[in-house]
Ligand binder design. Structure first.
Ligand SMILES: [Zn+2]
Length: 301
């Protein structure tokens, strides 16, 4: 996972002259261990534990020194919604309102355009929302280590890397951790409806959803590559020994869809399906933290 996050970071660094910093396995492990702990009870949208997860992410953003880009002068973008009560997505108006927050931080490089780097941090909680694939899910903690503590850790460590690498890249960066994804991409949809930056100045959006299970074939899926002409050649240039499966579609089962629907090019990173998907067994001990990958086709001068 460490080297894979580094690979993603290289997308933004193609014009840099030196590349000395790496992505810390220790930090990735710390974030995923906390977010996917039983203490956070599966981070169900609107729950007390989901608020704790958002507070944790905001604390990391503050430590890293990101600029606050929430809607009230802090790191939070607040949103409210009512859960759909049937499989067709019809909203029950009598249902209680859910209050939730996306977490938003920014690096201002004084550039005209911004790259958005996002991942959802919510998961299935105690399995009460019909999204679990466990036979009798109710009351069991769905820890969601791969889905999507892994992508959340990726956002935090990319933010640290880009904030502290001593390079002023040619883009600004917006780091976004979404909630409400498991209930229908709610947080990302709400953000694109009331963004805290000018979306017409976003050059592309990167989404990481389940990036913690790089297998021995080092196989990754990259979606959205048809949404901008530079994506395929850039990925082919950087992929090193990763086996990359490309998908051109900008619409998929995660938050990049909300941005693509606003005509923003998107890239979606995913290390693949597994038998623990949407089950209480999606735990931190199954995350592949240290898989070494030779994705070092870096510009050297
Ligand atoms: Zn997910």
């Amino acid at each position: 996972m460490q080297s894979f996050v580094l690979f993603i970071s290289m997308l933004f660094l193609v014009s840099q002259t030196a590349f000395t910093q790496s992505i810390s396995e220790k930090n990735l492990r710390k974030h995923i261990t906390y977010l996917a702990s039983d203490k956070l009870k599966g981070r169900a949208t609107g729950s007390r534990e989901e608020r704790k997860a958002a507070d944790y992410i905001a604390k990391q953003f503050k430590k890293i020194g990101l600029t606050r880009k929430g809607d009230q002068g802090d790191y939070f973008h607040h949103f409210h919604f009512k859960k759909s009560s049937d499989p067709h997505g019809n909203v029950d108006e009598k249902a209680p309102q859910i209050d939730s927050r996306n977490v938003v931080g920014y690096i201002d490089n004084q550039a005209e355009y911004t790259i958005v780097i996002g991942a959802h941090y919510d998961h299935l909680g105690l399995g009460h929302d019909r999204n679990s694939l466990e036979a009798n899910p109710e009351g069991k903690i769905h820890n969601g280590a791969d889905d999507n503590a892994s992508g959340t850790a990726g956002v935090i460590e990319l933010a640290r890397h880009l904030a502290q690498n001593g390079v002023r890249e040619g883009h600004n960066f917006l780091f976004l951790c979404f909630s409400g994804e498991e209930l229908g991409l709610v947080g990302s949809k709400k953000f694109t409806e009331s963004p805290t930056i000018d979306l017409s100045k976003v050059s592309f959006m990167v989404n990481m959803d389940m990036i913690g299970r790089l297998n021995t074939e080092k196989r990754i899926m990259v979606g959205g590559v048809g949404t901008a002409p530079d994506f395929v050649p850039t990925i082919n240039q950087l992929k090193g020994d990763l086996t990359v499966k490309l998908d051109s579609a900008g619409i998929g089962p995660s938050d990049h869809t909300s941005f693509y629907l606003k005509n923003i090019p998107v890239l979606f990173f995913f290390t693949g399906q597994h038998t623990d998907y949407h089950k209480p067994s999606d735990d931190v001990d199954k995350i592949n933290f240290s898989e070494n990958s030779n994705c070092s086709n870096l510009p050297s001068g």
